[in-house]
Design a protein around this ligand. Structure first.
Ligand code: GLC
Length: 549
């Protein structure tokens, strides 16, 4: 079980309004109580924070708001003592424009760092169109007058793309990885890794370009396999028990095994976005978003097809949300007062009974909800802000529709500060929080959840114990879907060594009936999110239960 921790919003220890490493160290006993095996820490390296740490200006230094290298060493020691491993976020595709490499590169074509980045010389005319995800004008090429050339940035203009074709750059990155492994980290989450290998003949984009051609024009060129293999040979193989997980949302399903098949020696795991895409796509049409949320059949198909893919080789991961998506209970459950608690518990029953590495996103374990900002000025995230202003140039209506959509889907929903207690700023900071605290903190907070034996938090702990105690079945056991065509419920068994568990999940806010074809009236109930669960296939709104058959 991996806990994803967004350090900026977790715990501030020095009153500057930004979470820091000492804050995390203070909360290690809490983290241990969740029964997690590892923490994936979002970026903590030096950064001007155009994209909250995903724009690194020094890969060997700690971001000043987050503390010092000594603080880092203390955090790591505290984690080791509690048997929790640390997974670092490795930002490979781009650096900050304030990194010394880029400062050199942009000064002259003769600078030794010029070829650490991708350039288009102005004498060749306008560069072939490339879309930038975070740019104010959506243009991924930006002109630099000192070198009379354009640099490439798929993300913001302060995140120039690194040139992995240059062996000098690759070696720098490998040395950085060794630096952190020598300190004792246990693995890396490879940020946006498919983009590091591009087709640098820069073919023109077809007029009818659609997103399913994204990989062809933006990344995942076959060179990516060479880079990953080389990274293993030069770095990862030299250490024992190092875990890698790639951010693989853009990798087509048919190509996944090429990356995670052990024989290929590339990545241990990657994560896909299919559940998120079906259940909350970034569409401008909220009607479509709301309809998709009810699509449990689609989710069952996704889970089953990925399970099949990993039946014999490789290993899967599963998550419901992360720092790039909105809150799980708001998105996939129901955050109304009546259903926030049962629906969040149901989602955790789902997550922690999967045959995959489950990722828990911080704050979800207490059922934190979307903040739903009303005005564009309230947003911090450059993605929401820039896209809004681009749409505003097209029409006010489109911009307004996007604002409504972002209330449900914006990344800032998941980035509001962790809610620890009911004191000012939810106990996150003694200063001014960098992003507002969700006003529901007097009710939704860790301290309140600790005191309530029926809280989401205590349910997560029970589920986590169950997963560890029944590891043979719940981690490694076979998965079989039951009642597959039922549009309301998700029901499956997990089995191993002649033992079988039955998982029943009602994903909707209405009563449902499932026909499992199994008589489980005498089965032993292991966990459920309601009192008096009846073993006859009738499920109340968002009811979840695990039985031992
Ligand atoms: C990844 C990160 C996201 C970041 C982007 C650029 O998608 O998860 O937060 O903005 O890469 O680094």
């Amino acid at each position: 079980m991996v806990y994803q921790l967004y350090p900026r919003s977790f715990q501030d220890s020095d009153g500057d309004g930004v979470g820091d490493l000492n804050g995390i160290t203070q909360r290690l006993d809490y983290l241990q109580s969740l029964g997690i095996d590892a923490i994936w820490l979002n970026p903590i390296c030096a950064s001007p924070n155009d994209d909250n740490g995903y724009d690194i200006s020094d890969y060997r230094a700690i971001m000043k708001e987050m503390g010092t290298m000594q603080d880092f060493d203390a955090l790591l020691a505290g984690m080791k003592k509690r048997n929790i491993k640390l997974i670092m976020d490795l930002v490979l595709n781009h650096s900050s424009d304030e990194h010394d490499w880029f400062k050199g590169a942009k000064s002259s074509r003769d600078n030794k760092y010029y070829n650490y980045y991708h350039w288009w010389p102005a004498e060749k005319g306008t560069p072939p169109k490339r879309y930038s995800l975070f740019d104010e004008e959506a243009n991924a090429w930006r002109y630099n007058s000192a070198t009379k050339s354009y640099y490439l940035h798929y993300f913001s203009r302060k995140q120039p793309d690194l040139n992995w074709e240059n062996p000098a750059l690759r070696n720098e990155m490998y040395a950085i990885m060794k630096f952190w492994l020598d300190k004792g980290v246990s693995g890396f989450r490879l940020d946006a890794f498919p983009f590091m290998a591009k087709d640098t003949s820069w073919p023109a984009m077809p007029a009818d370009f659609t997103n399913d051609q994204f990989v062809r024009y933006y990344g995942a060129d076959k060179k990516v396999h060479d880079y990953l293999k080389e990274m293993n040979e030069k770095v990862l193989d030299k250490y024992t028990d190092v875990y890698t997980v790639g951010e693989g949302g853009v990798i087509p399903f048919s190509k996944v095994m090429d990356y995670v098949n052990e024989d290929n020696h590339e990545l241990n795991t990657l994560y896909h976005d299919e559940i998120g895409n079906i259940w909350g796509r970034d569409s401008l049409d909220l009607g479509e978003y709301k309809t998709d949320r009810k699509n449990v059949t689609g989710v069952k198909q996704i889970v089953s097809k990925w399970d099949e893919k990993f039946r014999n080789k490789g290993w899967n991961t599963v998550y419901l949300t992360n720092h790039d998506q909105s809150r799980a209970v708001s998105r996939y459950g129901n955050d109304s007062p009546a259903y926030r608690i049962p629906s969040a518990k149901m989602l955790y029953t789902f997550l922690l009974t999967q045959r995959a590495v489950p990722y828990i996103y911080n704050g979800d374990e207490i059922g934190m909800t979307n903040i739903r900002f009303k005005n564009i000025e309230q947003y911090n995230d450059l993605q929401t802000r820039n896209r809004y202003y681009i749409l505003l140039k097209e029409s006010k209506e489109k911009a307004e529709a996007y604002l409504l959509n972002q209330q449900e889907l914006s990344r800032d929903n998941s980035r509001t500060p962790m809610q620890w207690n009911n004191s000012a700023n939810a106990g996150f900071t003694g200063g001014n929080p960098w992003l507002p605290v969700n006003p529901n903190y007097p009710e939704v907070n860790v301290e309140a959840a600790e005191k309530d034996k029926n809280s989401i938090l205590n349910y997560v702990r029970q589920m986590s114990r169950l997963r560890h105690d029944r590891k043979d079945i719940l981690v490694y056991g076979k998965y079989s879907l039951l009642d597959g065509a039922n549009p309301d419920v998700f029901v499956y068994t997990r089995e191993s060594g002649g033992k079988k568990l039955l998982v029943l999940l009602n994903f909707h806010g209405t009563n449902a009936v499932t026909n499992t074809g199994i008589d489980f009236s005498k089965a032993k109930l292991l966990i459920s999110n309601y009192e008096n669960t009846v073993a006859d296939g009738h499920l109340r709104p968002y009811e979840a239960a695990v039985f031992e058959l």
